[in-house]
Design a protein around this ligand. Structure first.
Ligand SMILES: [Zn+2]
Length: 293
């Protein structure tokens, strides 16, 4: 189990799934064969599988243990959840909760669950199935979510044109937490513990947030899905096809990477494969990665 100390804060990655996901040419609307090929030498095999053309993706949570609190950032996809039209996340049965316990954290111990946004692979473990009902997995936690994102997805869940898996995601993984009075709907600037600050990182979803960690002189940024694959560091203009506002997502990604350069923050995204986190350096119009092995 890989653990990092950022100042006084211990950060542990809790894995749900690691493996090939979407094909690169389908995933990036800006995909260009020659541009991608020029990066392939460092992307394969950790971040790209040449034989299938698929991007390698990790789905994980970041467990953040401060001197005061136990916090989870993003809640993966969850178990036993019907996701019609999205087979990758349909009816999963993974040992994610066992892995959390193996890291020394029982569900009762979690104080905050922070969701960077309310997509299917970020809210799943908010709830678990108990006697046929979806109940909060973390009975003593407050669930921190962007108010903007919540307003958006609550409306989407009622709209007839919304994909069935997204309707289910809101209804089985977000709504039960809200109805239990455990949701904390926040704006940018919200502080969680002394060391975590919510900042806007909109574009991928309307209210997407990032979580900035500061402890002593050390910095880290939990960037959710502001970017998905390491190729989006040098090629920061490349969005995912799941980004709701393509222009805003691009700007957010640029600002995030520039902030990492300026503050020396460790970039900790939700889906980078091993070693899962990196420092960022500016290089002309591009950014470069320095992996935190
Ligand atoms: Zn995601």
């Amino acid at each position: 189990m890989q653990q990092r100390m950022i100042g006084d804060v211990k950060v542990t990655r809790i894995e749900e799934i690691l493996g090939p996901g979407f094909p690169a040419r389908d995933f990036f609307p800006e995909f260009d064969e020659a541009t991608f090929r020029a990066e392939e030498h460092w992307l394969a095999p950790n971040y790209y599988q040449p034989e299938s053309g698929k991007l390698i993706a990790s789905i994980h949570s970041w467990l953040v243990e401060t001197p005061q609190h136990t916090i989870l950032i993003d809640a993966c996809s969850g178990n036993h959840k019907p996701r019609p039209g999205m087979p990758r996340f349909d009816m999963l049965d993974t040992p994610w909760l066992d892995r959390l316990r193996a890291a020394g954290v029982a569900p009762e111990k979690v104080d905050f669950v922070m969701c960077t946004h309310l997509h299917v692979d970020h809210v799943g473990w908010n709830t678990k199935l108990e006697n046929g009902r979806w109940v909060p997995t973390f009975p003593n936690a407050k669930y921190v979510m962007s108010r903007t994102d919540h307003t958006h997805w609550a409306a989407e869940a009622k709209a007839p044109e919304t994909a069935a898996y997204q309707v289910n995601t809101y209804n089985d993984s977000v709504l039960p937490v809200v109805e239990a009075g455990k949701a904390l709907l926040v704006e940018a600037g919200h502080q969680c513990d002394d060391c975590l600050t919510v900042r806007s990182a909109a574009g991928h979803t309307p209210g997407h947030i990032r979580v900035d960690l500061a402890s002593g002189s050390r910095r880290a940024i939990f960037s959710g899905d502001a970017l998905h694959n390491p190729v989006q560091v040098p090629l920061w203009r490349w969005n995912s096809r799941f980004c709701a506002d393509q222009a805003e997502a691009r700007l957010t990604r640029h600002d995030l990477l520039a902030d990492c350069v300026e503050t020396g923050a460790l970039l900790m995204p939700a889906h980078f494969a091993s070693p899962h986190a990196a420092y960022v350096k500016a290089k002309g119009d591009r950014f470069d990665l320095a992996w935190d092995a």
